[in-house]
Design a binder for this molecule. Structure first.
Ligand code: NDP
Ligand code: MG
Length: 394
């Protein structure tokens, strides 16, 4: 028996249980009730699905962040031993509950930062899907986790791959890492072609079924840019140690190159349940019946360079890392707004990167931001981008 194995069943707070990662986490939990229990479930607005999940998994607490949905959830769950909370502050209080053994951060965007910090301060191990938290405040979050000895286990498939390649290599410095990217639906497009793409095209990812925000980020390569920043903080790398390679089949999930030139890759079919389960059960691996990879279905695995003159967001992420300070926070906040505006069909696809870049040039740069500064940067950037778009597209 592994002495580091989590106690069973491991009680999980699932922030964002109604999303793509959240529902897949519940699928993993439902297959292994002896190992995992959902003790907290949270959603923003999808009350019906949250109610259905609560009836099935009987958590001790649920949070519906949108206050206008509170009475619907409260009434539907009355008679069950489930406490119902509402408002964004409730996310912070539920992660700190004594019975929570681990927090899976599967909510989207900047909203993940406060609850993740609170969970770390209360010593709760984090299974981290919400990459934006590390993009915005990676230095502060990782320092808080190190100070309290709180593990942060990545769920993002590339970072889970890197993490898995590094297990057992603690004495061996990493020379560099390669993050793989599928290239998304617009791989090989010219800037002219990219200018004309529609929301429906951007929402069709070739290999992964995900929430709307990350699907657009994948199409615009912002997702890979955010992952570069996420990797820097998770694995304490210099910017020059991080490379991105397009691998359209999404079978090799990422690669670590060690000082002797040896490379370790983690591979498998694209199925997010695997990195989710790995993070929840770490350091154990748990048997399952998810579909297995067959080499003969993939006679060739191929690799290409990203064209950053077309997919500018990736370049912006490297620039934000080189600049440091609050620059990645500015990029993230700008992108949350431009991503939403593209989904609302207010701006064109290529406007996403153009406004992101403009925000990086215009919003006040802070070299050594505190957490409070980052909250201010986030709001200031959102306001700046909204005004900038309003000016050219009233
Ligand atoms: P979804 O949009 O599918 O789900 C987001 C979840 O968060 C939902 O439960 C949603 O509630 C909730 N939520 C949204 N906004 C807020 C808010 N402001 N406050 C509180 N809760 C909120 O996203 P994904 O599951 O695709 O992604 C979640 C995170 O995981 C993202 O950071 C993404 O980058 C990352 N990730 C996702 C992958 C994937 O395969 N999907 C892969 C790798 C990383 P409601 O349903 O009520 O709106
Ligand atoms: Mg990823």
């Amino acid at each position: 028996m592994n002495p580091n194995a989590p106690k069973a069943p491991q009680k999980l707070a699932i922030l964002g249980s109604t999303g793509s990662i959240g529902t897949q986490a519940l699928d993993v939990i439902s297959r292994k009730p002896e190992l995992f229990k959902a003790t907290v479930l949270t959603a923003h607005s999808r009350a019906e699905l949250l109610i259905e999940q609560a009836r099935q998994f009987l958590p001790d607490h649920v949070v519906i962040v949108n206050e206008s949905k509170y009475s619907e959830v409260k009434e539907a769950l009355s008679g069950l031993p489930i406490e119902v909370h509402t408002g964004a502050d409730a996310l912070v209080s539920v992660v700190c509950l004594e019975q929570v053994d681990m927090v899976l951060t599967a909510l989207v965007g900047f909203s993940g930062l406060r609850p993740t910090m609170a969970a770390i301060e209360h010593g709760k191990p984090i299974a981290l899907a919400n990459k934006e938290t590390l993009v915005v405040a990676g230095e502060i979050v990782m320092a808080a986790a190190a100070a309290r000895n709180v593990p942060i286990i990545p769920v993002d498939s590339e970072h889970s791959a890197l993490f898995q390649c590094m297990v057992g290599e603690e004495q061996n410095p990493v020379e560099k890492i390669y993050l793989t990217a599928s290239g998304g639906p617009f791989r090989g497009f010219s800037l002219e072609q990219l200018r004309m793409v529609t929301k429906a095209q951007a929402l069709k990812h070739p290999n992964w079924e995900m929430g709307a925000k990350i699907t657009i980020d994948s199409a615009s390569m912002m997702n890979k840019g955010l992952e570069v920043i996420e990797a820097k903080w998770l694995f304490d790398l210099d910017n020059s140690q991080i490379d991105v390679i397009v691998h359209p089949q999404s079978i090799i999930h990422s690669i670590v190159q060690f000082e002797d030139g040896s490379m370790k890759a983690q591979m498998g079919l694209p199925d997010m349940r695997l990195p989710i389960q790995y993070a929840m059960a770490y350091p154990q691996r748990v048997e399952n019946d998810f579909p297995r990879f067959n080499f003969l279905d993939y006679p060739s695995l191929t690799f290409e360079q990203v064209d950053t003159s077309v997919f500018k967001n990736l370049d912006l992420a490297f620039r934000a890392l080189d600049r440091g300070g609050n620059m990645a926070c500015i990029l993230n906040a700008a992108n949350e707004i431009t991503n939403r505006m593209f989904l609302d069909e207010r701006i064109r696809f290529t406007d996403i990167a153009d406004f992101n870049e403009a925000a990086m040039e215009q919003v006040e740069f802070i070299p050594n931001p505190s957490l409070e500064d980052l909250f201010e940067t986030d709001s200031a950037t959102r306001a700046w981008v909204r005004a900038a778009v309003e000016q050219v597209k009233p």
